[in-house]
Write a protein that binds this ligand. Sequence first.
Ligand SMILES: [Zn+2]
Length: 229
Amino acid sequence: MRPILQPSLVNGPFADPALFVDVLFERRARPLTLFGPAGFIEHAGHRLASYTWNLVENYGFALQEAMHVNVWPNRLAELGLVPGAWLRDAKRAFIADAPDDTPLTARWREGDKLREKRLSLGTLRQAAMQCVPGQKIACVSDVACHADNLQGIIRLVADADLLLIEATFLECDAAEARRKNHLTARQAGSIARDSRVREIVPFHFSPRYADCEAALLREARASFPGVTP
Ligand SMILES: [Zn+2]
């Protein structure tokens, strides 16, 4: 299934940090939880009324899709059912933890005939539905690697599917990184490892490494193998 959150960097890895997140609504509204700094929620609220933002000042933000329901089409067919708008209500009932005996009416068109079938949520749930944790993406930049910051960052980005994280300096320039409120590539990798994220995209590289970008990536990879590119 195509992830509904499609993040991409607006600028190259050496330019100003800016992230664009495309939210695909091809399956209509799904609950989502988003995390981030003050003002961000109001800003995004109108467009993303069904989402919750979680933003942490000075760290970055995380977007978390609450839960989503997978439906197996072949098992649906075995029950003699055809997907339709009714399935959306069924998913909603499932996510809301409605009791198994909640009645459902499946309706769909077959040619010019309207077909209808009654069943319980429990029947559908057991046969054809699965609730899975939603996608989580996070972004961290312009932070200093102090112990109290680190805890906040790790809590924010924990278990993200994708983390875009600054890797501004090499570890040999760690003192300067700290002074300028930036992470080294090694620190970025350690954060990724300690927060059990699946994949990171390092960015916001200092221009001083313009001819040795590979060294930054290599350093991040030394503490965390899931580095893209
Ligand atoms: Zn910066």
